[in-house]
Design a binder for this molecule. Structure first.
Ligand code: UDP
Length: 240
């Protein structure tokens, strides 16, 4: 199977990051991984959850929400609000985004406030969670810069940046940043989240229709590192 636009197996799709897409949020971006487009917005609330106060926890909190807009998929997806609940997949993805960000945000430096990170998929073509994490890192950094500019904190509350990419095995080939067609044909599917020190935050790998061995796992990780290195360059350029 040839990749769309003859993309080489280890190459990510064209990635763009448009800043300031949601001006009322303290930090926001529209990130595209090819046809996958996600709005990531970081909003600051000057309070922390009640459980933190009750447990006398210092510092702040960060939480993420993820949803797919009704028209982001080929067939309309009902809004979570009209269905009355977030589906299992959405819950899993928003927790992954939250964990990825908590790995790099310094909650003490954030101070007693909550950073809400909203990721809304505008167009879905595979890899929405990896695009969301990569965009959310930039949105959070922009919100951190806003806090510094406003004199609310002294230094950026970020230890590192974080980025994520999908890798998979399709017809025995390791592919990076799978689109929907590739994802649906993958025998093994993995999402890799790393910091800008190229340390792992999370690996989500599963043999969907097949099993995989250690050598294939290593190949997938090496390919993912290449993709993440590229994403980190794009983040750096967008923040320069
Ligand atoms: N998808 C969809 N509707 C859904 C869930 C997924 O159309 O309710 C499509 C969408 O293109 C998505 C892809 O399937 O990007 C792969 O979904 P997956 O659950 O693997 O998450 P993702 O790759 O987006 O992080």
């Amino acid at each position: 199977m040839n990749r769309h636009a003859n993309r080489p197996p280890h190459e990510i799709r064209p990635v763009t990051l448009e800043r300031g897409i949601a001006p009322h949020a303290q930090g926001s971006v529209l990130i595209s991984f090819g046809n996958t487009k996600v709005i990531c917005a970081a909003t600051i609330e000057e309070s922390v959850p009640r459980w933190m106060k009750e447990q006398n926890k210092t510092g702040g909190w960060i939480t993420a929400e993820y949803s797919m807009l009704p028209y982001s998929t080929l067939t309309r997806k009902q809004r979570d609000s009209s269905r009355g609940r977030v589906d299992g997949r959405g819950t899993e993805i928003q927790r992954l985004i939250g964990r990825s960000l908590r790995a790099v945000v310094d909650l003490e430096k954030l101070g007693q406030r909550t950073l809400w990170v909203d990721c809304d998929v505008l167009q879905a073509d595979g890899g929405t969670r990896t695009a969301a994490i990569t965009g959310a890192s930039v949105a959070v950094e922009l919100a951190g810069q806003w806090l510094v500019q406003q004199g609310k904190i002294k230094e950026l509350p970020l230890k590192n940046r974080v980025a994520a990419v999908s890798v998979g095995i399709v017809n025995d080939n390791v592919l990076v940043d799978l689109d929907y067609i590739e994802d649906s044909n993958a025998s093994v599917d993995m999402n890799v989240v790393m910091t800008d020190k190229l340390e792992f935050v999370e690996l989500q790998g599963s043999g969907e229709e097949n099993v995989f061995n250690s050598a294939q796992l290593e190949q997938m990780i090496a390919a993912a590192k290449g993709g993440i290195t590229r994403l980190l360059d794009i983040q750096r350029a967008a923040l320069a």
